[in-house]
Ligand binder design. Structure first.
Ligand code: C2O
Ligand code: CU
Ligand code: CU
Length: 471
């Protein structure tokens, strides 16, 4: 284990004076902290009930007298993990302890619009509300929750409001594997060690801080044995970082996307995880001499004119060798996914930028979001195909509420390529000057938003809404 620690290339910061002087780096190299679990207060099986509160939190990041103010769910950073089963009926009593309106959005889950934290239903400061919904069969997967109030989503999320949701199935083919949970968030601190406000550059390019945190920790250590198979669930809860992750030494299979397992595992060299996106991996410990064991964030160019991008590989977590374990078998087929057939309706969605107008810089189909305008209507149960065009200088991760979609094709250097495998997703990165074709069905009626998941862009109007009508 010692040499793997050394390979991280950082050491504990010197003890810091409580105030004054430049800030020391955050402590690094501790064990990956587990996500705290939201405990279920319900007595009956098939029910989950709990309360959540969003409120300011003082945290001692350096373990000394310095305090940094965050906004947190139930006093934890990130918020508590909600573990559910398919078929569960959920009841969350929510209280807003912030000084601005907020909502809880159940990102990726098939939740009725009036329970989905739309900006139209704000929870005012000091107010409470219940979120109630039930989970249909077949929705096992990796989801998350975060605020979605009008104009304040980015700020509330980057100050700490984000939490993970796992929906489990009784027939999970990977339930024999031990799990690791890695929720990525981005921390930008100002000179006083407080969470920085967004700069003009952040509003354009998307916010990127000095620290990419996993479960609230910087460069944590993840234990793995030689030969051991682990199931990793990853969440990108950062405002705008498009993560490109690699584990050079080890065997990595992509086994799940936003909406649960793939049909079959896919061997990958790196994983592109856009803001809002999730993935499931099966990692097999294969420590090799001379190959760095750590989890690496690789540079990814988010567009043609970006200046805030990472220039070289960065180790975001150390992998700590923990003995040797037998390699568990994996089923070849994980799930059956039926391809969505020919669409009954098509739309074109154009993402664009207009730097000339500071009040409407980021647009969908030429317009900036208006809460009171409905941008179109659809029908429940009908297959739609959307061609999402990135008529833009930078990448925009596209997200649709209320359902999961299948990407059928995308352009690479301007040429259409079929998607190599089926997956259920709710976020897809639309690269600068590229297009993506996706298909979906909404199964619940009501108003659904879609937007760029760079939260700064969403808040500035790169969002629209369609009313899906019952048949
Ligand atoms: Cu993760 Cu509309 O959001
Ligand atoms: Cu969402
Ligand atoms: Cu965007």
């Amino acid at each position: 284990a010692g040499s793997d620690h050394a390979a991280m290339g950082h050491s504990m910061p010197p003890p810091a004076a409580p105030q004054g002087g430049p800030l020391p780096p955050l402590p690094a190299g501790e064990h990956l902290p587990p996500l705290p679990l939201l405990s279920n207060q319900a007595q009956a099986s098939g029910r989950f009930s709990a309360s959540l509160e969003a409120a300011p939190l003082q945290a001692a990041l350096w373990g000394d007298g310095r305090q940094t103010t965050f906004w947190a769910y139930n006093g934890s950073l990130p918020g508590p993990l909600i573990e559910l089963w398919e078929g569960d009926q959920l009841e969350i009593a929510f209280r807003n302890g912030l000084a601005q309106p907020t909502t809880i959005h159940w990102h990726g889950m098939p939740v009725p619009p009036e329970q989905d934290g739309n900006p139209h239903e704000p929870v005012l400061p000091g107010a409470q509300r219940q979120y109630r919904f039930s989970l249909p069969a077949g929705c096992a997967g990796t989801y998350w929750y975060h605020p979605h109030p009008h104009g304040h989503t980015a700020e509330q999320a980057f100050r700490g409001l984000a939490g993970a949701v796992i929906v489990r199935s009784k027939n999970d083919p990977l339930r024999h594997l031990p799990e690791q949970h890695l929720l990525f968030s981005d921390l930008k601190l100002d000179d006083d060690g407080q969470v920085a406000a967004n700069s003009m550059a952040d509003l354009h390019d998307g916010r990127e801080g000095q620290y990419l945190l996993i479960n609230g920790a910087w460069q944590p250590m993840i234990p793995l044995a030689q030969g051991e198979r682990q199931r990793w669930r990853l969440w990108n809860a950062s405002s705008s970082r498009i993560l490109k992750l690699a584990l050079p030494a080890h065997e990595v299979l992509l086994v799940g996307s936003d909406g649960g397992l793939l049909a079959e595992g896919q061997a990958i060299d790196s994983l592109l995880l856009p803001p809002g996106g999730r993935a499931e991996l099966v990692v097999t410990g294969r420590f090799r001499d001379g190959v760095p064991a750590g989890l690496i964030s690789q540079p990814y160019r988010r567009g043609k004119m970006m200046h805030a991008e990472q220039q070289q590989d960065e180790v975001v977590a150390g992998i700590m060798r923990h003995g040797m374990k037998p390699t568990q078998a994996l089923p070849v087929s994980l799930r059956s996914i039926a391809p969505l057939g020919a669409p009954g309706f098509r739309r074109r969605i154009v993402l664009s930028e207009n730097m000339a107008d500071p009040k409407a810089m980021f647009l969908i189909n030429g317009r900036s979001y208006d809460m009171d305008r409905i941008d179109g209507s659809g029908k429940v149960g009908r297959i739609e195909e959307w061609e999402v065009q990135g008529n833009a200088h930078m990448d925009h991760p596209f997200h649709l509420h209320g359902t999961q979609f299948q990407v059928v094709a995308r352009t690479v250097d301007g040429m259409w390529e079929d998607e190599p495998f089926l997956a259920w997703r709710d976020v897809v990165n639309v690269a600068a000057n590229e297009s993506v074709r996706l298909r979906f069905v909404q199964s619940l009626p009501g108003l659904r938003m879609f937007h760029c998941h760079i939260l700064e862009h969403e808040d500035q109007g790169m969002m629209a809404q369609i009313d899906f009508l019952a048949e």
